[in-house]
Design a protein around this ligand. Structure first.
Ligand code: UDP
Length: 326
């Protein structure tokens, strides 16, 4: 039995699979538990895959009994903001009730550390240009509330049962494994960078810029795009930081924002293909600017983004997309 076995719940997904690779490179054995609704079997390359659902307590018990799990990294969640508005029950059931089932299984099997994928969506509408962890929280969609609620559960399980948690509030995950072994493959794809690159590859699928009248220098929304391999690295650091800290909440972003227009321009440079966007209306629920204050990630986890050139991040996403014939 491996004494550094970690359960990666949702390990077949985009960020989960990159984290499995980072775990394996650091000498851990990642055991992926994934229902494969949005995850991919081909993305599980660095350890065993157990197909199961976090709402299935018996399946979770079986994993905890079979493997000597030392800690959990939990990615399994639905993450489409728009869908959460029209199907909130799906988000509360899977993201909240499913995580509760996982936490109870951890409690009963004596597994304490958990690194949880939270989101900058817990803040809601920003009141400051850069978001620190103590920014007020009032999510504006059920997806954000589901992450907010799990953060509360983690605090309560910590107090009552000794669970040790690190909630990582991601900004916009982007890019792909620099070695090209894995990458983003959402279905449906709703994220800006893969859609811009798809538009570069296929002019019949143009990119629509959602809103040009925001209160930003060029009128389009600003986001903080963090390379997925940097995100993965932060998870290992979070896991290790839990040996010294019982409860952590940390933003993961680069601290630099790019507008939608800037992303389109950068994608033009990277691909060498003229990309002609359609300028459309705002997408409901989009704040004009989401940029992380990353001071805590540095002081608590010793984490710094390695990939700060947005062109390089887009280049990795582009290389990954070029491998995919679809
Ligand atoms: N966006 C856009 N067109 C698209 C998809 C996204 O203009 O087809 C914008 C969106 O309004 C937001 C930014 O790109 O300002 C990033 O959106 P994404 O869905 O990638 O991530 P989110 O910030 O919603 O998590």
């Amino acid at each position: 039995m491996h004494d550094r076995t970690m359960l990666v719940v949702g390990g077949a997904g985009y960020i989960g699979s990159h984290t499995c690779k980072a775990l394996a490179l650091r000498g851990y054995e990642p055991v992926t538990f994934d229902n494969l609704v949005h995850g991919h079997e081909w993305a599980v390359k660095w350890g065993p895959l157990v197909r199961g659902d976090i709402m299935d307590r018996a399946a979770l018990d079986a994993v905890f009994e079979h493997y000597d799990i030392q800690g959990v990294i939990h990615f399994a969640a639905y993450c489409y903001v728009g869908e959460s508005m029209t199907a909130p029950g799906k988000y509360y059931r899977n993201n909240v009730a499913g995580t509760l089932t996982l936490l109870e299984a951890m409690r009963d099997h004596g597994v304490r550390p958990i690194v949880f994928s939270s989101s900058c969506a817990v803040y809601g509408t920003p009141t400051t240009p850069v978001l620190a962890e103590d920014h007020p929280q009032w999510p504006v969609n059920p997806y954000g509330w589901s992450k907010f609620t799990v953060e509360r559960m983690l605090e309560d399980f910590g107090r009552a049962h000794g669970t040790r948690h690190c909630a990582l509030r991601y900004f916009n995950a982007a890019g792909a494994d620099p070695d090209g072994e894995i990458g983003e493959a959402h279905d449906p794809e709703t994220h800006l960078i893969p859609l811009v690159l798809r538009a570069a590859r296929d002019p019949r699928k143009p990119i629509t810029v959602f809103g040009t009248d925001y209160d930003t220098p060029d009128g389009t929304c600003i986001r903080d795009y963090i390379h997925v391999s940097d995100l993965a690295d932060a998870h290992i650091r979070a896991l290790e930081a839990l040996q010294a800290h019982p409860a952590l909440t940390v933003n993961l972003g680069t601290g630099t924002g790019f507008s939608v227009r800037e992303i389109v321009d950068a994608a033009r440079d990277v691909t060498g293909i003229p990309i002609n966007p359609i300028y459309g209306d705002r997408r409901p629920g989009d704040p004009s600017r989401l940029v992380a204050n990353r001071t805590l990630a540095h002081s608590l986890l010793g984490w710094e983004p390695r990939y700060t050139d947005i062109r390089q991040t887009i280049e990795h996403a582009w290389s990954w997309m070029e491998r995919d014939p679809e």
